[in-house]
Design a protein around this ligand. Structure first.
Ligand code: BES
Ligand code: MN
Ligand code: MN
Length: 457
């Protein structure tokens, strides 16, 4: 380990340059204008893996390619780890709020700022650099490694489940390792054992066939914006509970043990509030902030569109209004079941005089993974060595839909060992990764490979 740590220390500058090179490629998966950039990022990774002696291939999907690379040189008696990550990123807007350009990676105060710095290019490549370090130092890896790096995570991984299903045997491994989550706090690493699921919708309310004069017609036809707002208001009550019939039917209650463990974490509510920039933390009655965001389901409007919003006033009765909204789900809710319940709610509440259409955009199931296995044990030990502090077991409010697919299709343990921090501003302007986290992540990954290999006596 000493030799490895020294090697990694020496190569910090080059590792940072490597990450910067990948961050300069604007691989925004949702934007068709960036299709070529997404492909360029996949090509960059392919070259990177090939240079390390991995067998690597670009696997086409209906949209963005998957980069698959493997190095099986450790032989059949050694364990195999499948590392999953994503090289696509969220759109960078609003651009004017970035201190330096989203695709011009820049270090300020020990943090590397760029879109994708933490989500997920920086975290994913930590494993690539760790593997490279083993190869450079020892000419071999401690275990067999397979990398599956996709370009569609930020659009809901629409083509990944069928891919995993079709390549079930090729992807066989003893554990899946994913670094696409956060530590609990600086210097306090974490294993995430639960993620929320997602059910995302778009609703359109159509009133009159075209915009109308609000004086000549107002009061006599339904206004789609008013209707949409009533519909949105009908979704939640004052106590922060979702009013969709049956929404809580399958929610697994938090155990007393879990609640006590979370309450014992050194969570700084005031710092968290400050990092949100919100005047007060607000949510479902009867639950703490951590419980609300890790262990309870939610429903939030994500965007709304309609009518006249230009300068001054326009007396118009708009013909339609649209909103996007989504639910974060917890075990054992299912995204399809919740989708059906939401649709039924809108059908039951749609007033006369308008047409209401609800479209499901994407979904993913919530997961709880086993935190007791050997792979998690090795990850905890590796994190502790790399960051100098024991890893805590936490849940997270975010979603990685493929995790439930990996468990269901491959039937192997999933280890969520993230190197991010809660204030990384993922999906926001000025996203960053702390250099301590990035370099610590490489150490943790390298050590994990050794420790997990050693479990196979
Ligand atoms: N890496 C995040 C999810 C995440 C971040 C989980 C931090 C836990 C801690 C991932 O890239 C992401 O953004 N997922 C999306 C879901 C997807 C279907 C668009 C999300 O959670 O909104
Ligand atoms: Mn991610
Ligand atoms: Mn993301």
């Amino acid at each position: 380990m000493g030799e490895m740590k020294a090697y990694l220390e020496q190569h910090r500058e080059r590792h940072l340059e490597d990450l910067k090179a990948l961050l300069r490629i604007p691989s925004v998966s949702t934007d068709p204008a960036h299709g070529g950039d997404v492909r360029a990022a996949a090509g960059w990774l392919k070259e990177r893996f090939a240079a390390m002696g991995f067998d690597v291939a670009i696997h086409e999907t209906a949209r963005h390619p998957i980069v698959y690379a493997e190095h099986m040189g450790a032989g059949p008696q050694a364990p195999t780890v499948l590392v999953y990550g994503h090289y696509d990123v969220q759109p960078p807007d609003p651009l004017e709020l970035w201190v330096t350009g989203p695709f011009e990676p820049t270090v300020r105060d020990g943090r590397l700022h760029a879109r994708g710095a933490t989500d997920d290019k920086g975290q994913m490549i930590a494993h690539v650099l760790a593997a490279e370090a083993h190869l450079a130092l020892n000419g071999k890896l401690p275990l067999n490694l397979k990398f599956l790096v996709e370009g569609e995570e930020e659009i809901g991984s629409p083509n990944l489940a069928p891919y995993v299903e079709a390549r079930r045997e090729a992807l066989a491994a003893d554990a899946v390792v994913i670094s696409d989550t956060s530590m609990f706090a600086p210097g306090m690493p974490a294993i995430v054992y639960g993620l929320r699921g997602l059910a995302y919708f778009e609703v359109e309310v159509q009133g009159p066939g075209h915009d109308l004069h609000s004086g000549l017609f107002g009061g006599a036809v339904a206004n789609p914006i008013n209707t949409l707002c009533s519909l949105i208001a009908s979704l939640k009550d004052e106590a922060g509970r979702v009013r969709v019939e049956g929404f809580y039917d399958d929610v697994r209650a938090l155990t007393e043990q879990e609640r006590a463990a979370w309450a014992a974490l050194p969570f700084d509510e005031e710092k968290f509030r400050d990092s949100c920039g919100a005047p007060k933390m607000v949510g479902e009655e009867g639950f703490t902030t951590l419980e609300r965001s890790w262990g309870r389901p939610t429903l939030d409007c994500n965007g709304i569109l309609g009518g006249f919003v230009g300068q001054g006033a326009k007396t118009v009765l708009p013909s339609k209004a649209m909103a996007k909204f989504s639910c974060r789900l917890v075990p054992d809710q299912g995204s399809e079941d919740i989708g059906a319940k939401i649709k039924a709610h809108f059908e039951a509440h749609a007033p006369e005089g308008v047409k209401v259409e609800v479209r499901e955009l994407h979904g993913g199931n919530p997961v709880i993974v086993n935190a007791e296995g050997v792979a998690v044990g090795a990850a905890r030990a590796a994190l502790a060595e790399a960051f100098g502090s024991d890893a805590v077991l936490i849940r997270s409010g975010g979603s990685i839909p493929v995790v439930s697919d990996f468990s269901a299709i491959l039937g192997i343990p999933v280890v969520l060992m993230g190197f991010g921090l809660p204030d990384d501003r993922l999906h926001s302007p000025n996203e960053k990764i702390d250099l301590d986290c990035f370099f610590g992540g490489i150490v943790a990954s390298a050590r994990f490979m050794e420790l997990f290999a050693a479990t196979r006596g």
